[in-house]
Design a protein around this ligand. Structure first.
Ligand SMILES: Cc1cc2nc3c(=O)[nH]c(=O)nc-3n(C[C@H](O)[C@H](O)[C@H](O)COP(=O)(O)OP(=O)(O)OC[C@H]3O[C@@H](n4cnc5c(N)ncnc54)[C@H](O)[C@@H]3O)c2cc1C
Length: 324
């Protein structure tokens, strides 16, 4: 019987939807191994996040609410996770595979002397111990592995685990017993730089419109990719080619060294479909590609392909969609 601890990720009082994949994973493991799961919410002013986590079937929601945890500093959050895992005697700690957890969970695993697997996409029952599938080498290799030891840490790809239903009885909410004074203070959060765009984040959005080298400058990117995204209420993304040439910020990059997204619809505008780019979007439900080269590799994975010049096709699409 397993005791699982799910780490909730949140920002500005809002639960990150990727957390639901971690909950779905926990439920799958329990279906295989038996047991229960708990959720840890660490931060400051976390009331709304705790409320939002009700109904998922957690045995308890542990809260670590303290000004010391106001900012997402891995140094401070990792010991809190380790303490929560010890207090529950949790054998499996899980978080969504995001920049946040990639920073924090390996530190927690080190503190707990636990095995760690990232980017898990499936739970595979096995009499000798549950195995996990994880992606390697830009998604070209799927590894099947079993974590040894009494504590396991896992991050899961959000597109691989469906959003669980929220119809369970409310979970008990309990504060974590923690000495916050003892948390490391050797790094301080200074500031956060972000470009407010008013658009959803690509990792959370149902639709992502992404642009590639076909776009000649940031004005064209904003007009075509941004314009199409806004008519659809979508997030924007970019290939690395545009990031490297300074046309788009690094925060928009989709791919092996950028964000991994799995929306319902991904529209690739003038993107060739290099394996490193596809590693970040190929779990999308429906892929639409617009490219003037009929032999572009993106058409091999696209559900719908349009061989056209993006400078002609995208304004037409925006015009037609705006009339809806
Ligand atoms: C270690 C490593 C990690 C990497 N990580 C990433 C990553 O995370 N994300 C990523 O995206 N890349 C990554 N790359 C880079 C990747 O290999 C490609 O170079 C990059 O994805 C290419 O971007 P692109 O498709 O925009 O450009 P290109 O490959 O140059 O393709 C541009 C496409 O636009 C089409 N086109 C041009 N003009 C028009 C037009 N007017 N109308 C219609 N179509 C047009 C062309 O036919 C072409 O298919 C990585 C590479 C390495 C080595």
């Amino acid at each position: 019987m397993a005791t699982l601890l799910v780490i909730a990720e949140h920002e500005r009082g809002q639960l990150k939807l990727a957390t639901e994949a971690a909950i779905a994973f926990a439920r799958q493991v329990i279906a295989v191994e038996g047991g229960t799961f708990h959720i840890l919410v660490a931060g400051e002013e976390i009331g709304r996040v705790v409320e939002r986590l009700q109904g998922h079937g957690a045995t308890s929601i542990l809260t670590a609410e303290n000004p010391a945890l106001k900012d997402p500093l891995a140094e401070r959050l990792a010991p809190v996770i380790a303490q929560a895992a010890r207090s529950l005697q949790a054998g499996l700690i899980v978080a969504a595979s995001t920049t946040f957890s990639k920073d924090i969970l390996p530190r927690a695993a080190a503190l707990l002397d636990a095995g760690m697997a990232s980017d898990v996409i499936a739970v595979v029952p096995d009499p000798s111990g549950t195995r996990f599938k994880r992606v390697l080498h830009a998604g070209n290799v799927i590894a099947l592995l079993r974590l040894e030891g009494s504590i396991r840490c896992v991050t899961v790809r959000s597109g691989a685990f469906a959003t669980p239903e929220r119809n369970a009885a409310p979970s008990a909410v309990a504060p974590l017993a923690m000495d916050y004074q003892s948390l490391p203070g050797s790094s301080t959060f200074v500031s956060r730089e972000e470009r407010p765009s008013g658009r959803p984040d690509a990792t959370e959005a149902r639709i992502v419109v992404s642009g590639g080298r076909a776009l000649k400058d940031s004005g064209d990117f904003e007009r075509l990719v941004g314009g199409l995204a806004d008519t659809l209420g979508a997030a924007v993304g970019s290939s690395r080619a545009l990031v490297d040439s300074g046309i788009t910020p690094n925060s928009l990059q989709i791919g092996q060294t950028g964000k991994v997204v799995a929306p319902e619809l991904y529209i690739a505008v003038g993107i060739s479909g290099a394996i490193q780019h596809m590693a970040g979007m190929k779990d999308t439900k429906i892929i639409v590609a617009i490219n003037k080269d009929p032999d572009a590799p993106i058409f091999e994975v696209a559900d719908y392909g349009l061989v056209a010049d993006v400078y002609q096709a995208v304004p037409e699409m925006i015009g037609k969609l705006s009339k809806r």
